[in-house]
Design a binder for this molecule. Structure first.
Ligand code: MN
Length: 296
């Protein structure tokens, strides 16, 4: 099932080129703040899935093209992100470490945006803002200390994610925390619809130019390992998002660009890039150009 948020916090199931509105069916309240309806739906999904499937044919529908899709989980408990989790990306960044010996970092929930929201570039002269194409894992169960072999029990689904970053040597979280630096979408594809998340092609284009092309089989720390590592440290909650790391081919984006990400069986979205006028800080006073080593 493909679960989306749209038109001001409504919940929907994507069926072909349409979206069926399940807001009333699942007791969603688009006016509620903070908007936890998707988190609750994920928590309760095993119980309500049958009701949704039974009612689907009779629910009001709109063409997808006529709705505004929004980030699927706007208030997760946390966004976990694994750095340098593809060897070729490690080589292009000349990083000596990998996710397997480095662990994870967190991105702020306020960085989340949706498939219809532009990425707002901060006004940081002398710096590059890079795209990172990533598969997102959406956690389905409250859990702690999940063994590798039990990873499927707690994974709810998958989505496309862009981990945007100001390149530099400063604190990683600081450089990855700007508003709109974590587009997620276009919806959550539930895990049962993905044959093997460790064999998914993922591609990213900027203005039609293919920049990143990889397969999740090349993840250094695999999905069972990411779930085990994160849950060894923290309790995971329904709706938590794991950014699984980017492959090689990262690079700068500028005002007017359009980033398109496609992940097999999961979805695709295209996001505009707009130069904003906020966000300069003394931390970025020194110019920096990353020495990316092109991978063939
Ligand atoms: Mn990343």
């Amino acid at each position: 099932m493909r679960l989306a948020r749209f038109d001001g916090g409504r919940l929907g199931v994507v069926v072909g080129e349409d979206i069926a509105d399940i807001t009333g069916l699942v007791g969603g309240d688009p006016q509620q703040w903070p908007d936890m309806t998707m988190v609750r739906l994920i928590r309760d999904f095993d119980h309500v899935r049958g009701d949704i499937e039974g009612a689907l044919a009779g629910l009001p529908r709109k063409p997808l093209a006529q709705v505004r899709l929004e980030t699927p989980v706007p208030w997760p408990n946390k966004i976990i992100a694994y750095p340098v989790n593809y060897h070729a990306h490690g080589r292009e960044m000349q990083a000596q470490y990998r996710a397997t010996n480095q662990g994870f970092f967190l991105k702020p929930n306020s960085a989340l945006s949706g498939p219809a929201d532009p990425i707002m570039l901060p006004a940081v002269p002398g710096r590059e803002v890079h795209h990172e194409s990533e598969l997102a894992i959406i956690i389905g169960k409250e859990c702690r200390g999940v063994a590798r072999e039990d990873w499927q029990d707690v994974v709810f689904g998958y989505a496309c994610l862009l981990d945007m970053v100001v390149r530099g040597r400063e604190e990683r979280v600081f450089r990855k925390a700007y508003d709109t630096f974590c587009p997620v979408g276009p919806w959550i594809t539930t895990a049962d619809e993905v044959t093997d998340p460790a064999a998914l092609d993922m591609k990213l284009w900027v203005n039609g130019d293919l920049r990143q092309s990889a397969n999740t089989r090349d993840l250094v720390l695999d999905i069972p390992g990411m779930v085990a590592t994160a849950s060894a440290v923290m309790t995971l909650y329904p709706g938590d998002i794991i950014a699984t790391g980017t492959p090689e081919g990262v690079g700068p984006v500028v005002d007017g660009d359009r980033i398109r990400i496609v992940i097999d069986q999961v979805g695709e979205m295209a996001v505009d890039v707009v130069q904003g006028n906020q966000g300069m800080t003394e931390v970025f006073a020194q110019p920096y150009v990353p020495p990316i080593v092109k991978q063939s």
